[in-house]
Ligand binder design. Structure first.
Ligand code: NAP
Length: 284
């Protein structure tokens, strides 16, 4: 299936800090055309926050985008509408990534509406109310690990089955959205969440090596304190403003800043990077 789209973003949207010369523009467009011609991207949790920023930026660079969400259909439809208004192609598909049947339906749905996936961003993630380990029950641990770890594994599995040259695929790229929490442990807040990101980091290394010869690159972005709605789930919507003084750059980050790192790792610009971690944490 030809999934090429004609949309061209502005240099601003690309995050390019200078006006490009005609030569740069042609070289860049040609490269992105090649990439766009074969790129169908699934962003899990693409309706809000970092996932939505990633979906929008990817579409502006020519990716056809499958915007997955769990329950917030309105937000996902808004992301899709924004992409279409700018001439891009996108579909929203509901699926709880922690449920095997839902993940199957997500990837099958993408196959039939947009084409087989060639890029995956494992972004869907949750955390729960800030507390200490001695107050965490099994139900909470199951929920957090189910979405953040099992969900990412199930999506990676479906992506590998479609991308790997071992199964007749043409290769692809996976980016896992991890967290600085995997290094810091989130004491007093959510050690469980931090541990899920540690598991995701280990999966990034292992899967990267497992499929390196099969045309698939697997990398991770470890985000720092980013202004999104996730902090409200922890019971502290303004958490980023409380902790930003702990960041060497003395500010929180934006979803767009994380999205740009994700897009770089997905792109051919990162063609020799696999099993790599890109910290987008303001230096923390
Ligand atoms: P967010 O604003 O709360 O958005 C989370 C997204 O994930 C939503 O679209 C949500 O879907 C989706 N989602 C949650 N559980 C899901 C499931 N089981 N199946 C499918 N989708 C699911 O969060 P965010 O801050 O953008 O976080 C995105 C990722 O970045 C997460 O993995 C998070 O751990 C990571 N991260 C965030 C920060 C930060 O400071 N914000 C820092 C480091 C890492 P609905 O819209 O349907 O609810």
């Amino acid at each position: 299936m030809d999934v090429r789209v004609s949309f061209r973003d502005t240099d601003e949207l690309r995050g390019v800090g200078h006006a490009r010369t005609r030569h740069e523009r042609h070289a860049g467009d040609a490269r992105e055309d090649r990439q766009a011609a074969m790129s169908v991207l699934i962003v899990t949790g693409g309706g809000r926050g970092i996932g939505a920023a990633t979906a929008r930026l990817a579409a502006s660079r020519g990716y056809v985008v499958c915007v997955n969400y769990r329950t917030n259909r309105e937000a996902a439809e808004r992301t899709v509408a924004d992409i279409r208004e700018r001439g891009g192609r996108a579909e929203a598909i509901a699926a709880d990534v922690s449920m095997e049947g839902d993940v199957q339906r997500l990837f099958d749905g993408c196959d039939s509406t947009l084409g087989p996936v060639t890029a995956l961003v494992n972004n869907a993630g949750i955390l729960e109310t800030q507390t200490r380990v001695e107050f965490m029950d099994a139900a909470r641990l199951h929920r957090v690990f189910a979405t953040n770890v099992i969900g990412s594994f199930l999506c990676a599995r479906e992506a590998v089955r479609r991308m790997s040259t071992r199964y007749g695929g043409k290769g692809g790229a996976i980016v896992n959205v991890s967290s600085g929490a995997s290094r810091l442990g989130s004491p007093g807040e959510y050690v469980d969440y931090a541990a899920t990101k540690g598991a995701l980091d280990t999966m990034t290394i292992g899967l990267a090596r497992e499929v390196a010869e099969e045309g698939i690159r697997v990398n991770a972005v470890r985000a720092g304190f980013i202004y999104t709605e996730i902090h409200a789930s922890g019971g502290e919507p303004n958490r980023v403003d409380r902790v930003k003084s702990l960041v060497p750059m003395k500010r929180g980050g934006t979803a767009d800043e994380v999205a740009r790192a994700i897009l770089w790792l997905l792109s051919d610009e990162a063609s020799y990077a696999t099993g790599a971690f890109l910290d987008v944490t303001g230096g923390k």
